[in-house]
Design a protein around this ligand. Structure first.
Ligand SMILES: C[S@@+](CC[C@H](N)C(=O)[O-])C[C@H]1O[C@@H](n2cnc3c(N)ncnc32)[C@H](O)[C@@H]1O
Length: 261
């Protein structure tokens, strides 16, 4: 068994495992930006493979994508050209890329801020990077969803998928670290191409809606929307014309906030 992260180490596999052929995430983010009148300069924080950054670029925005993973950045530059892609740690960054009108942070990238210091560092950096009145759009798993839902954690979940002639199998075990407010995940990947199994350890901050609202307010943002859907990864998924809901109970949390002028 080796350790690593099969999906961020091989971004092609990441896109195969989490396909978004309709670019729902990018379209949803663009819809939020338009709805709230954001200007054209956008930072995609934790941009991953660059799919959403490239969608925003194609929609006419000037986009910078930032990620900690060199493999993701290299993939983005080749497969999703248009934006500039730079290395940055969302827990505290100064990219030297000028001022932005909006920051987007999709698919739980924000939850890589595990501690309060990380969240403070991220939001303080966003504040420095944004023009007054700039918009923050984020989408992530909802910490509140796990409260009282022990069944989600009861047993390992096995998933299988095939890509380019290889069958992959992942076994995922979740564990709530209550004191640290983290959802810890162990995922073991195996493939039928003879490679050794890979064990991956990761964690997400279990961020509660009211806590997120508080952090944003402390950092000078006004919350414009905070809801559990519809969004790009909800069931049913968001469609053009859908309005944000008002509940914040289900698996995904969506937030739009404006930096006070
Ligand atoms: C679940 S992926 C989401 C990627 C992309 N936003 C999307 O929606 O497809 C999370 C991304 O966050 C990146 N990441 C993790 N920790 C980070 C950090 N501290 N700073 C910047 N990026 C980070 C990972 O490399 C990965 O690309």
């Amino acid at each position: 068994m080796t350790s690593g992260n099969l999906l961020t180490d091989d971004p092609r596999l990441y896109e195969a495992r989490f396909p978004d052929p309709e670019r729902l995430a990018g379209r949803w983010a663009e819809d939020c930006l338009r709805r709230h009148g954001a200007g054209s300069r956008v930072l995609d924080l934790g941009c991953g493979t660059g799919r959403d950054a490239a969608h925003l670029h194609a929609a006419g925005r000037r986009v910078v994508g930032a990620d900690l993973s060199e493999a993701m950045l290299a993939h983005a530059r080749v497969h999703h050209p248009g934006p500039r892609y730079v290395r940055g740690d969302l827990r505290g960054f100064a990219l030297g890329e000028g001022v932005f009108d909006a920051v987007v942070c999709l698919d739980s990238a924000l939850l890589n801020c595990h501690g309060n210091d990380d969240l403070d560092g991220c939001l303080a950096s966003c504040r420095r990077a944004l023009a007054p009145g700039g918009v923050l759009v984020a989408e992530m798993r909802n910490g509140a969803y796990f409260l009282g839902r022990e069944a989600l954690l009861a047993r390992p979940v096995v998933n299988r998928f095939a890509w380019q002639g290889t069958s992959y199998r992942s076994t995922t075990t979740l564990y709530v670290d209550r004191a640290a407010q983290l959802l810890r995940r162990t995922r073991v990947w195996s493939a039928d191409d003879g490679r050794r199994p890979v064990e991956q350890h990761s964690a997400w901050r279990l961020l509660l809606p009211q806590e997120l609202r508080y952090f944003l307010t402390v950092h000078g943002f006004s919350v414009l929307a905070l809801h559990d859907g519809p969004g790009p990864r909800t069931e049913p998924p968001w469609r053009e014309g859908d309005l944000p809901g008002t509940a914040a109970d289900a698996d995904r949390l969506h937030v739009v906030a404006r930096l006070d002028a």
